[in-house]
Design a protein around this ligand. Structure first.
Ligand code: NAP
Length: 312
């Protein structure tokens, strides 16, 4: 038994119960006096359960001297200091692959919703404008467009394979050229210039902070759209809002934002964006599978000192 597990969230009720049955579980999110808990119990915590959204704050990690393992619910690890983990010999796992399909589906959903004006269409029907004013203005087709993917990893490749049957051509930008037939760009501005639709599917964190900046949005141009299922930090958000307001680009479909869930209120005033509440992996089936993998990683660590899906 891993003596004490500190959970920063309830991953899924059933799975949190499973962890509590197998380990001595402490729910950090429910503890009122967190500092007292850390003073009393910090040296007993061997494992953390967290998520891509919560990560592990540096000051928390510093107060857990015997921490052995971090099991995270989600695949992004920009809020976990992996270098600090390596330095302390702390192992880290995430939940890759099992969320890839739902996240890629979300990118495709946002792409179609943005180009085909799904929200305006819904409003046209509900508000009675259809009956009062006749047909809504025409939207834009996906077919024949160029789709530029930033980060052709597991999710990026799943997006490409879903988009191609819709008649798009795929290009990508990333740190390395992949063994695929899609057009590779080693420069993000050049990819944006080539693209009609720019989809962000790379990790967040310092290396990608603000890489989709004013120059990239200018290059994408007035008919271009941005789809972001990566992290809010990948886009220079003030530049994106300006570009949406002044028509530098045509629209955006966004699952992720800076400062979630208290996002910039300017987004709600824009009628050329489709907004989604960071729910790309948010289906019951996928979230259950992710939670089970967190449980299985903890058990694997407990039973044989190994992780099933380690990243460190
Ligand atoms: P992955 O397989 O590791 O793919 C990441 C891709 O990004 C790789 O192709 C990588 O290129 C590329 N990349 C890494 N650093 C880069 C940089 N500095 N500039 C450009 N490209 C870079 O990960 P994944 O499973 O596809 O997930 C990708 C990201 O999606 C996650 O990190 C997370 O932020 C986001 N995500 C979001 C949600 C959501 O709910 N919205 C859910 C899951 C994941 P190389 O192969 O050359 O290293």
């Amino acid at each position: 038994m891993i003596r004490s597990v500190l959970a920063l969230l309830d991953i899924r009720p059933v799975h949190t119960r499973l962890i509590a049955e197998r380990h001595d579980l402490h729910r950090y999110d429910l503890i009122e006096d967190k500092q007292k808990f850390l003073d009393d119990m910090g040296d007993q915590i061997r494992a953390i359960v967290t998520s891509a959204r919560f990560g592990v704050p540096a000051d928390l990690m510093a107060q857990l001297p015997n921490l052995e393992v971090i099991t995270s619910f989600g695949v992004g690890h920009d809020l976990i200091d992996l270098e600090a983990c390596r330095a302390r010999g702390i192992r880290v796992s995430t939940t890759p692959d099992i969320l890839t399909d739902d996240v890629a589906d979300t990118a495709i959903m946002l792409m179609h919703a943005t180009l085909r004006q799904l929200l305006a269409g819904d409003d046209w029907v509900r508000s009675g404008k259809w009956a009062a004013k006749g047909p809504m203005a025409l939207a834009r087709t996906v077919r024949g467009r160029k789709l530029g993917i930033v980060g052709l990893g597991r999710i990026g490749q799943a997006i490409a394979s879903r988009a191609i049957p819709s008649g798009v051509e795929v290009g990508y930008f990333g740190r390395s050229k992949k063994a695929v037939d899609y057009k590779f760009f080693d420069d993000l501005v050049a990819l944006a210039e080539w693209s009609d639709i720019l989809v962000l599917a790379c990790p967040g964190g310092a290396a990608t902070k603000g890489i989709v900046n004013q120059a990239v949005l200018d290059a994408l141009g007035r008919a271009g759209i941005v789809i972001n299922i990566a992290r809010g930090s990948v886009i220079d958000e003030p530049a994106l809002i300006r570009a949406l307001q002044d028509g530098t680009i045509a629209g955006a479909g966004l699952d992720v934002f800076d400062n979630e869930p208290n996002i910039d209120p300017a987004f709600a005033q824009l009628d050329n964006v489709v907004l989604y509440p960071h729910l790309a992996s948010g289906t019951v089936e996928t979230r259950d599978a992710m939670a089970q993998l967190v449980v299985d990683n903890l058990d694997a660590w407990d039973e044989r000192g190994a992780l099933i899906t380690p990243i460190v």
